[in-house]
Design a protein around this ligand. Sequence first.
Ligand code: BGC
Length: 438
Amino acid sequence: MIRRMVTNSMPQFPAGFLWGVSTSAHQIEGAADAREPSVWDVFTAEPGRVKDGSTAAVACDSYHRYPEDVALLAGLGVDAYRFSVSWPRVDSPGGLDFYDGLVDALCAAGVRPVVTLFHWDLPVALDWLERDTASRFADHVSVVAERLGDRVAKWITLNEPAEHTLLGHALGVHAPGRRLMFDALPVAHHQLLAHGLAVRALRAAGTGDIGIANSHGPTWAASEKPEDRQAAEFYDLLLNRLFSDPLLIGRYPEGIGELMPGDVEADLKVIAEPIDWYGINYYAPTRVGAPQGAEIEFGGLSLPAELPFTVREIEDRPVTDFGWPVVPEALTELLTGFAERYGDRLPPVLITENGCSYEGVDDQERIAYLDGHIRALHRAVEAGVDVRGYFVWSLLDNFEWAEGYARRFGLVHTDFETLERTPKASYAWLRDLLRAQR
Ligand code: BGC
């Protein structure tokens, strides 16, 4: 019995390891009437864009109920809370007062604020195809840093520019709903430039501890056939190198720089401005093969036939309600591979998102998912990867973009009729895990 307990107990993470949970403004705040619109408001108003026809006008109503959310964070015992500031709210009269109050409440509860400066909700008047959006972002960042910089523990410039480029501008399944395919590449470049300018703006405002949250995951070729390997390499380049190579080694992967707009060499110097840590959002690996000439359904998306790869099923694995395979050891593979590729160029790593969608309050599958991934993370630490923190996506069930309210990623259940919050079994499980880590 004792042996069993010892075998099952979570290994200890290094002292000072930062445990947290993540959310984003558009997905939880609601109070859309108290801010300017974003591209997501326009997108969700168009019929057929969001699967359940919902919008985030109310979402979890965290704008009004944030004291309740802060109490949930304190009860969970996390060190840090990652949330995003909505750029259109910051631009609205009194918008920063809301974040000022939230940051104060977090500090009073002993929870360190980790602020994402852009999590996809671009003001409607702006467009990432325009270079000028990068400097507008730097201005926004200066305004936020000026007001909150004395209390924010860590800054995240951008959340997943890869998904925002791919889903929002290449495939059109997220806002702003463009289907530009490879003509969406300037959107990637302008976000990267925005990141570099934001790092400079934050430092100029006297703040520091800056990172970015990029999505990554191992890419597995569907077979050893050259055409499958080539397709997988291409997918890997898009997901795992397009953003990290410029950020960490100051250049684009072969053949990409030529496709980017402007004075790319000069921009790369800004983009590669050193950061204090590198954030990774990890959910699942992807199995990729040669194109099959037909539209495919994957993870809730319809991928067009003209893509130079297809995403294939990973067999013999449990899947979440979203259909994403559960492969914890791929997180160890990802981190050790990343450390190997970037060597000394890689600053300390934080897992800025990891989680899964499942129904129900007695969410044993979520516990199994998180348990497996935290152990896989520990194996990466043991293998020498300098990982300094782990954030679960998400605190609350929330507005899951094009899926609406149909996918539940929370440690806390949200009743979207009454807005009542109910901690799930995973909330208690994580609370106990964090106590045992201290
Ligand atoms: C995003 C979140 C999203 C989560 C689950 C990440 O791509 O940053 O906003 O809710 O994954 O899909």
